[in-house]
Design a protein around this ligand. Structure first.
Ligand SMILES: [Zn+2]
Length: 340
């Protein structure tokens, strides 16, 4: 069977490997059908000094597929079922896991496709508890955007920032995979959405997706425009993932007591923080990483109800690297999905 492995920084190789053994007790074997690309793939592709991993490593962190076989003791899934995969090797038994806070597992053994072998292969064996059924009517291509992109946004907006109907939110990089999902999810509950984009064409697409205001950050300073739109009051929530380039401007966009939730630092991880501003303005800054399995189920339910991911491009497995380069170039609007 095929497996796409990272063999060195920025070098992927499509290899022919033996298929996995029949699934063991409590496991399922999944025929992978679609893999979503995310910035975590890009970090891995470029080489991350702090990530412990051994190369070659099968890439692919976000995926959907079809159950090929089930092991003994698996009764809730059967061959042919469509599922998405939870890509962090959680223990399933620690207090965090038992409380459904999967992304805070105390014994997590790595993220698939980043620390350990991932989903860019024809067949994969996985503990059945990490396979989440795809509801009827949701295509595998769309479902493949649930485990990381949609669920991360779900976790950021609703578990962490506690976004409510009627609030105003600034969504950074509205053309990115998570940016497009954040615009859709915030609009779906009746929020006012301000978003930033890097070119006017993306601005038109963001508007078509429901954004109320679009700021081209190459022409205008987003913090000035945001303050103007909100009559100097500021927004309730900022959805951050850009990092160093925008973080302080994002804080300036918040109203007193506002919440900033962040899951990324694509422009760089280091910034300074004015502590006087932090406590006087009573800001809440919330770090968010990954999602729980509940978030994935909720994201899939939203897809079933009609909230479909924006797909920028679909590529074949052999063009996974080209997909990453497109993601890196920031030319995307929405998600890149690798088809099997
Ligand atoms: Zn655990």
């Amino acid at each position: 069977m095929r497996a796409l492995a990272l063999v060195a920084d920025r070098r992927l190789e499509l290899t022919d490997v033996p298929p996995p053994p029949a699934p063991a007790a409590g496991e399922v074997q999944i025929h992978v059908r679609a893999v979503g690309l995310n910035h975590i793939d890009l970090w891995g592709f470029r080489g991350m000094a702090f990530a412990k991993r051994n190369l070659p490593l099968v890439v692919g962190a976000e995926a959907a597929g079809e159950i090929a076989a089930v092991g003994p003791d698996v009764s809730d899934l059967k061959a042919g079922d469509h599922v998405v995969m939870y890509g962090a090797m959680t223990c399933g038994t620690c207090p965090a896991c038992r409380q459904g806070r999967d992304n805070l597992c105390e014994n997590v053994a790595g993220i698939m496709g980043f620390h350990v072998d991932g989903f860019a292969r024809d067949l994969v064996n996985l503990p059945a508890r990490l396979a989440i059924p795809v509801p009827p009517g949701v295509a595998l291509r769309d479902a493949a955007c649930a485990p990381i992109a949609f669920a991360t946004v779900e976790h950021m907006l609703f578990d962490n920032a506690r976004l409510k109907a009627g609030e105003t939110i600034l969504v950074h990089a509205g053309g990115s995979g998570i940016g497009t999902a954040a615009i859709q999810m915030a609009k779906s509950i009746g929020c006012t959405v301000i978003t930033t984009v890097g070119d006017d064409e993306k601005g038109l697409k963001a508007k078509a997706l429901g954004a109320d205001y679009v700021v081209n950050y190459r022409n205008d300073r987003f913090e000035h425009v945001t303050r103007k739109i909100t009559a100097k009051k500021g927004v309730d929530v900022v959805f951050e993932h850009v990092g160093a380039d925008t973080f302080n401007g994002s804080l300036l966009c918040l109203k007193r007591g506002g919440r900033l939730v962040t899951c990324g630092a694509t422009s760089g991880p280091i910034t300074t923080l004015n502590l006087m501003q932090l406590f006087q303005q009573q800001y809440r800054i919330i770090g968010s990483f990954g999602a729980s399995m509940r978030n994935i189920r909720d994201a899939l339910a939203k897809m079933q109800a009609g909230l479909r991911p924006v797909i920028d491009t679909e590529v074949d497995l052999a063009d996974f690297g080209r997909g990453l380069e497109r993601l890196e170039s920031r030319r995307v609007f929405g998600k890149i999905v690798v088809q099997f």
